[in-house]
Design a protein around this ligand. Sequence first.
Ligand SMILES: NC(=O)c1ccc[n+]([C@@H]2O[C@H](COP(=O)([O-])OP(=O)(O)OC[C@H]3O[C@@H](n4cnc5c(N)ncnc54)[C@H](OP(=O)(O)O)[C@@H]3O)[C@@H](O)[C@H]2O)c1
Length: 300
Amino acid sequence: MRILIAGRTGQLATELLDRLPRDGHLVTALEAPELDITKWESIEEAVGRTNPDVIINAAAYTAVDRAEGDRDRAFLVNSTGPALLGTITALEGIPLVHLSTDYVFPGTGGAPYDESAPPQPISVYGASKLAGEHRALEANPRTAILRTSWVCSPHGANFVKTMLRLGAEREAVSVVADQHGAPTFAADLADAIARMLPRLARSPAGDPAFGIFHLTGAPHTTWHDFAEAIFAEAAARRRPPPKLTAISTAEYPTLAQRPADGRLDCGLIGRIHGIVPADWRLSLTQCLDTVLGPIAKDPA
Ligand SMILES: NC(=O)c1ccc[n+]([C@@H]2O[C@H](COP(=O)([O-])OP(=O)(O)OC[C@H]3O[C@@H](n4cnc5c(N)ncnc54)[C@H](OP(=O)(O)O)[C@@H]3O)[C@@H](O)[C@H]2O)c1
């Protein structure tokens, strides 16, 4: 298959570039301005040049706090972008794979959200991503959307990298312990997308392969417990851990509100696509093997 990826330098695109060629696909990943998802001519030109069988939109405005004061740009990238990609892929008669977020939910449900739960974003970022879901699906019924959470990888800026930096700089680190969710490693998302692609490519509009699916790592955890796991992995690689303190969201104010409980029920993608959430603890080990190097064997 010829695959066009938007958002080349991002975490997910980097992993897709590693994963998809292993299935024999011809992959082109582009970044703005070469492929700017907010510009019709830019997408048209990239599509004309690469003639893709599918487009994966890994591009997004992901600065959650900055989005609060940058609403127009967040909506342009996260809503207009998917709308344009949906329209052009529909005209081309090809499927679109798009990514969304647990931040479309308020986080007050008290149980993992499934795909039938009504979204109600509490941040500009969440609202822009929800608008993008609607507009992509409206424009191209052959759109598959993966809602995910807490994306991490050895590349780019993410919670794992931030904890490793803070752990090296400080003796003590405080992390919120009252926000629940699940880390998702970009490599696991890329693997899931790779496994979905053959069915997406051959299925007609209306097939259950399309629509919205939840996919995160497992098991559910808190940011604090995730930080604890990161520092344990780092300590196994001879990085002394900082003192880790659990704090509340109220003690760590941010510009954007985050869902207190953004846990996603990932059952549907298992039933339709046979994909089960990857254990993020194993993926964390692999991530730190890349970032810090593998755990040294005891010479004894
Ligand atoms: N990161 C998370 O924790 C998280 C959580 C839930 C869902 N998601 C979703 O998962 C997907 C992948 O996230 P990620 O973490 O891989 O994102 P990322 O690392 O922030 O990468 C996003 C990429 O999109 C590019 N981009 C921004 N505006 C663009 C435009 N107009 N045209 C083309 N490219 C543009 C960015 O380039 P610049 O850097 O040059 O702007 C960057 O390369 C996104 O849809 C995101 O909303 C992420």
